[in-house]
Design a protein around this ligand. Structure first.
Ligand SMILES: [Zn+2]
Ligand SMILES: [Zn+2]
Ligand SMILES: [Zn+2]
Length: 156
């Protein structure tokens, strides 16, 4: 047996996000990798995933989510096809319950969905292009005297 010195292009698997399968760190935030190297996901891809709720368990966590939950969510994502790119892993659903649109985070951006992010309240929601709220809202009829120009808009 002659051992060739040829350098194997080792299994330096480039880590990609388990959700969007891309390395668009610019759009999706930091790529976080679990200590055991088994799970990798962008911070925003996790934050906006519909079924992922940050937990403060003592177990190993990834960006504030339990690794187990993230793995489950990635698994769930294998059946969710993105409304924009038609690839699986699209766990970020439109917050309108009857709406079936679901995206990858960067696809939501590209589809001009509305991203609502209130980190102080732990609110991370996405409304698809169809359901995004326009300047006027239809609720609060009892406040009809309140000037419409002074709605609480918490935008970043
Ligand atoms: Zn991602
Ligand atoms: Zn997509
Ligand atoms: Zn929608």
């Amino acid at each position: 047996m002659s051992s060739s010195v040829e350098q194997k292009k080792g299994p330096t698997r480039q880590r990609k996000c388990g959700f969007c399968k891309s390395n668009r760190d610019k759009e999706c935030g930091q790529l976080l990798i679990s200590e055991n190297q088994k799970v990798a996901a962008h911070h925003k891809c996790m934050l906006f995933s519909s079924a992922l709720v940050s937990s403060h368990s003592d177990n190993e966590s990834l960006g504030g989510f339990s690794i187990e939950d993230v793995q489950k969510e990635i698994k769930r994502g294998t059946k969710l096809m993105c409304s924009l790119c038609h690839c699986p892993g699209a766990t970020i659903g439109c917050d309108v319950k009857t709406c079936h649109r679901t995206y990858h985070y960067h696809c939501a951006l590209h589809d001009k969905a509305q991203i609502r992010e209130k980190p102080s309240q732990g609110i991370y929601m996405v409304y698809c292009r169809k359901h995004k709220k326009t300047a006027h809202n239809s609720e609060g009829t009892s406040f009809s005297h309140v000037s419409a120009t002074f709605q609480f808009q918490e935008e970043i």
